[in-house]
Design a protein around this ligand. Structure first.
Ligand code: MD6
Ligand code: FE
Length: 207
């Protein structure tokens, strides 16, 4: 946690931005340990394309995508082993951010790790593979900046831009939990700690 943190910005109903809430220097060693146990990979879509964002997971459940579709699984399909445990630093960050945004008692069982390089984007989507939509999603951005966008309950319509920098935490709860959102193509940039990379950790109550 960043002790200097103070702000909380309401983006749309149920969605709260906590600028600089996370301390990337505190999280980086634990992220390295997760990725040593479950290396990044490019998952396949149902159509057989590779996702441009590289992913991994930690926690009891991990999000996977392959020719059979999207779902959560308790083991890493690459190793056959359970996903690495969610580091204490991650659990504490997710729970305190959720509480600060108005969602006390958040107990995530899944953390999806996304890795972006300049030129990578994520198209508009809804997060709807989780069992419990009452729990929020807590999203932590590390590394280079990104322009996130939020549309609303339908895929079409005007979007709200949300610029996300290292340490920013975005909490999706209430009505916004099912809003369409995505990430615009990342601009070339270098972060002093992570290089030309953006990390996004999304904490979910998936099962
Ligand atoms: C990203 N985030 O920021 C992608 N989903 O790289 C998401 O897709 C996301 O930030 C659900 C809730 C919060 C998010
Ligand atoms: Fe999402």
């Amino acid at each position: 946690m960043n002790d200097l943190f103070s702000d909380s910005i309401d983006i749309c109903p149920g969605m709260v931005l906590l600028p600089g809430f996370a301390d990337s220097r505190h999280l980086a060693p634990d992220l390295d340990r997760v990725l040593a146990a479950a290396p990044l990979r490019r998952m396949q879509t149902m159509c057989g394309f590779s996702l441009s964002v590289q992913t991994s997971n930690c926690g009891l459940l991990g999000w996977v995508s392959d020719r059979r579709g999207y779902r959560y699984e308790s083991t890493d399909p690459h190793s056959g082993q359970p996903w690495p445990a969610m580091p204490e630093s991650f659990v504490t960050l997710a729970a305190t951010a959720a509480a600060r945004a108005g969602y006390p008692g958040f107990d995530p069982d899944a953390c999806l790790v996304n890795h972006y390089v300049p030129g990578t984007q994520m198209g508009a989507h809804q997060d709807r593979d989780e069992v419990d939509f009452n729990a929020p999603i807590v999203s932590v951005s590390l590394g280079i900046d990104a322009r996130f966008f939020v549309i609303g309950p339908e895929r079409r319509g005007t979007s709200i831009p949300v610029d996300l920098a290292d340490g920013d935490v975005l909490v999706f709860g209430g009505p916004s939990r099912k809003y369409y959102h995505g990430v615009r193509k990342l601009k070339q940039a270098v972060h002093p700690q992570f290089g030309a990379v953006r990390w996004n950790l999304t904490f979910r109550k998936a099962g």
